[in-house]
Design a protein around this ligand. Structure first.
Ligand SMILES: [Zn+2]
Length: 143
C-alpha cells in the first residue's frame, strides 16, 4: 500500500514540477518579449525625436523638398547616424542659414556645395534624397 502511495506522490510531484517549469518558461518568454518590445519602442522614440529635430532644422534652412517621412526611411536614417557618428571626419566650411547654403568637406577630403535643391556629392545626385553632408549641416549649423 505505502509503495503505491509513494509512487502516486512521486508522480504528482513530477507533474507539479513539469507544470511549474512550463509556467516559468512562459513567464521568462513573456519577460523577454516585453523587454524586446520596450527596447524597440525606445529605439523608435529616439528615431522620432531625432527625425523631428532634423526636419525642423531642414525647414529652418529652407530645405523644403524633403519631409520627416523621408528622414525616417531606413536608408536615410542610416545616413543620419553616419553623419552623427562620423561627424569628426567632416567639416562645415561655410554656412549661410538664411540663404540655406553650405559648404562641407567630406570624409574623402572633397568639398561639396549644398543648397535648397540638394548637395553636389555623387550620393545625392544618385538618390535625390538628403545625403550625410546635408544631415551633417543640419546637425551642426549655428542658427
Ligand atoms: Zn552630399
Amino acid at each position: 500500500m505505502w509503495v503505491v502511495l509513494i509512487g502516486l506522490s512521486f508522480a504528482a510531484f513530477c507533474f507539479y514540477m513539469a507544470v511549474r517549469s512550463i509556467q516559468k518558461n512562459k513567464a521568462a518568454k513573456e519577460a523577454a518579449e516585453n523587454s524586446v518590445t520596450a527596447r524597440l519602442k525606445a529605439k523608435a522614440d529616439i528615431k522620432d525625436t531625432i527625425c523631428t529635430e532634423i526636419n525642423k532644422n531642414f525647414l529652418d534652412l529652407g530645405w523644403y523638398c524633403w519631409t520627416i517621412d523621408d528622414h525616417k526611411l531606413e536608408l536615410q536614417y542610416e545616413k543620419i547616424e553616419d553623419a552623427y557618428h562620423n561627424g569628426k571626419s567632416m567639416m562645415l566650411l561655410d554656412c549661410d542659414p538664411v540663404e540655406g547654403t553650405a559648404k562641407v568637406r567630406g570624409a574623402s577630403g572633397m568639398s561639396y556645395k549644398i543648397d535648397d535643391e540638394g548637395c553636389s556629392c555623387p550620393a545625392f545626385s544618385k538618390s535625390q534624397l538628403p545625403c550625410k553632408h546635408m544631415y551633417y549641416v543640419a546637425m551642426n549649423y549655428d542658427d
